[in-house]
Design a protein around this ligand. Structure first.
Ligand SMILES: Cc1cc2nc3c(=O)[nH]c(=O)nc-3n(C[C@H](O)[C@H](O)[C@H](O)COP(=O)(O)OP(=O)(O)OC[C@H]3O[C@@H](n4cnc5c(N)ncnc54)[C@H](O)[C@@H]3O)c2cc1C
Length: 408
């Protein structure tokens, strides 16, 4: 096949690829976006049906376009986020080619060659925007042959998809808690395995937590702070948005468990860490209220006081006397949903810049290979990097870098 040549190739047509295209386009820099499926595919087929954004519409967006259907204080459904990105790409005339997968990327001469499903493409620069959450990660605890339906949260769509019976949800970040809550509301018996987590208040003193993260400078936090990148955040925009409260989940009938451990003879064991994980989550919650109060006092903000936000109900029985093992068959468990996160998947890139976990070495997305960039990865430059509005700023930075490289 003839070799197509582009100046900058952007791989991936999610929010990161579209933001990158927008910034390069604004600088008049030629480029092409290739996407293996459809624009914003993950928001369509790799999220559950009822998912809404974790942040309100005024926040979870690009700065120069509002959502068409959800008002600023609402939480756009996943399908609307996908539509938003499609309409954004159309409005800015992003040159996106869908249905094209990059199977291999290698250096050649002073640039790169991408082997795609529609032939090779040569590029001077490549921006890899294939997602912060690429390969669903399922810990190898329960063998596939154990007789339970086992799926990752990326494969979960709705309660009707699961076999009859109780459901064990492992992982209590935003995905795990929302899925557990939905299953309980659908009348399922639900067990939820809870690891360490942050659980900021949804709203405090009249402001959404994304607003507080902004004014407190926490969106700009760098991953260099030890341990920060690894703690999952439990937040929810479901039903208008509410604080994730494990006591309320227990009161609704969900049985909370510690971290899932060894499985033997149909019995899954759980670490004795549930009370500690809940307490650390509480400490994070109360710490955020303290930081917000201190900020409001310092800045003289006239925000309504909310002392009741500090009142926590007593720990439920499942926390004070936790189950340390569960016979899954006896408990009637038909399905296990692993809301246990993702791993990177850059096996198709032929460069020696990946660490043992498969993450590329880079500085703010600029890799060690001249002309090779990464965008949209968790903590690429700061906490906001993998989120819709944060990736926008990282894309602007990389576009500036590409422009400077061109001038040089
Ligand atoms: C359950 C869940 C809820 C989330 N909710 C929010 C939220 O409310 N607000 C928020 O700001 N963020 C949220 N995020 C985080 C983040 O915004 C999303 O993960 C978002 O999809 C990331 O966009 P992206 O463009 O970086 O990557 P992706 O959306 O993953 O896009 C990457 C694209 O690259 C394509 N691709 C991959 N490999 C290739 C290849 N080799 N060749 C061609 N194309 C390829 C994929 O098909 C995909 O379309 C959520 C994440 C999850 C998992």
């Amino acid at each position: 096949m003839p070799l197509e040549t582009v100046e900058t190739l952007i791989i991936g047509g999610g929010q990161a690829g579209i933001a990158m295209s927008r910034h390069l386009g604004a600088l008049g820099l030629p480029h092409l976006v290739v996407e293996r499926h459809r624009i914003a595919e993950r928001w369509r087929s790799e999220r559950w049906d009822s998912l809404v954004a974790n942040g309100p519409a005024w926040h979870d967006r690009f700065p120069d376009q509002d959502y068409a259907r959800t008002p600023p204080e609402g939480f756009p459904p996943a399908a609307e986020i996908a539509d938003y990105l499609v309409s954004y790409a159309e409005r800015v005339k992003a040159p996106v080619r869908t249905g094209v997968e990059v199977r291999e990327l290698r250096a050649e001469g002073k640039g790169f060659v991408a082997e795609t499903t529609q032939g090779p493409v040569r590029a001077n620069n490549v921006v890899t925007a294939t997602g912060p959450f690429q390969r669903p990660l399922i810990p190898t605890l329960v063998p596939q042959a154990a007789g339970f339906a086992q799926l990752h949260s990326a494969q979960y769509h709705n309660p009707a998809q699961l076999p009859e019976g109780a459901v064990l949800v492992v992982g209590a970040g935003s995905s795990g808690v929302q899925i557990a809550e939905e299953l309980r509301q659908a009348g399922r018996e639900v067990y939820l395995s809870v690891g360490p987590h942050d659980r900021p208040p949804r709203r405090y003193r009249g402001k959404d937590f994304v607003w507080w993260l902004g004014v407190l400078g926490l969106w700009d936090a760098k991953a260099a702070q030890p341990g920060m990148a690894h703690v999952t955040i439990a937040v929810s925009g479901a039903n208008g948005g509410h604080t994730v409260d494990f006591r309320r989940l227990a009161a609704s009938g969900i049985t909370l468990l510690g971290r899932a451990g060894v499985y033997e003879e149909e019995v899954l064991h759980f670490a004795p860490d549930l009370a500690r994980n809940i307490a650390l989550g509480d400490a994070n919650y109360l710490g955020m209220l303290d930081a917000a109060d201190a900020y409001a006092a310092r800045e003289g903000l006239d925000l309504p006081e909310e002392p009741e936000a500090r009142r926590l109900a007593p720990d439920p029985d499942c926390v004070t006397s936790p189950l340390l093992k569960l016979d899954l068959k006896q408990a009637g468990v038909g399905a296990i949903i692993w809301a246990t996160g993702y791993a990177p998947d850059f096996g198709w890139m032929r460069f020696g810049i990946f660490d043992q976990l498969g993450n590329p070495r880079h500085q703010r997305g600029v890799s060690e290979v001249p002309g090779l960039y990464f965008l949209g990865l968790p903590w690429l430059s700061r906490r906001a990097s993998a989120f819709i509005w944060g990736v926008w700023h990282d894309a602007g930075y990389l576009a500036g870098h590409i422009a400077a490289r061109r001038r040089a």
